[in-house]
Design a protein around this ligand. Structure first.
Ligand SMILES: [Zn+2]
Length: 163
């Protein structure tokens, strides 16, 4: 499949990569309905963050589950899911306290600017909708992946109040 790869600052290419596979029993594979370019993709692109070898890009995403690992309990094939850029188990003390971004198993998503992606810690990272949404809702749901959480964090940190 083709995927976006950042080679060095200012150099992003669409390149052939291997199809993602289940590597751990807590993984899911999803078929992307939509993914986008994040402001944080621009830091390494602009040379403000080091690029240590080719980077498979994309961490804001939503799509349809096609396969799950043996230990995935809640996410099922054919569900529409929205994923977080921050991979979390949703079971450790930090997650249970509401700080999934500080999960003891935290990793960061990548590789979602492609037709398919592997999502580690699928049960904690992916949120399924009740039904597969109509196509016109997909851009709105995509914004829930990263933009909503980032905006919420900023508003909370700034102690935004009514008025
Ligand atoms: Zn956790």
């Amino acid at each position: 499949m083709l995927a976006t790869i950042l080679r060095k600052p200012g150099d992003i290419r669409c390149e052939e990569v291997a199809d993602p596979k289940i590597l751990r029993p807590t993984d899911a594979i999803i078929k992307l309905s939509a993914s986008c370019i994040c402001g944080s993709d621009l830091w390494p692109y602009r040379g403000l963050q080091p690029v240590n070898g080719p980077q498979h890009m994309g961490h804001e995403y939503c799509g349809i589950v096609v396969e799950v690992g043996a230990e995935v309990r809640y996410v099922r094939p054919e569900q529409f899911v929205v994923g977080s850029f921050c991979l979390s188990d949703n079971t450790c003390p930090h997650c249970r306290f509401g700080f999934q971004s500080s999960c003891e198993q935290r990793e960061f998503m990548s590789g979602a600017q492609a037709p398919y992606a592997r999502v580690p810690l699928a049960d904690g990272t992916l949120v399924a909708t009740f039904e597969v949404p109509p196509a016109e809702l997909v851009p709105d749901l995509l914004a829930v992946s990263d933009v909503l959480g980032t905006g919420w964090y900023a508003a909370d940190a700034a102690e935004v109040r009514e008025g």
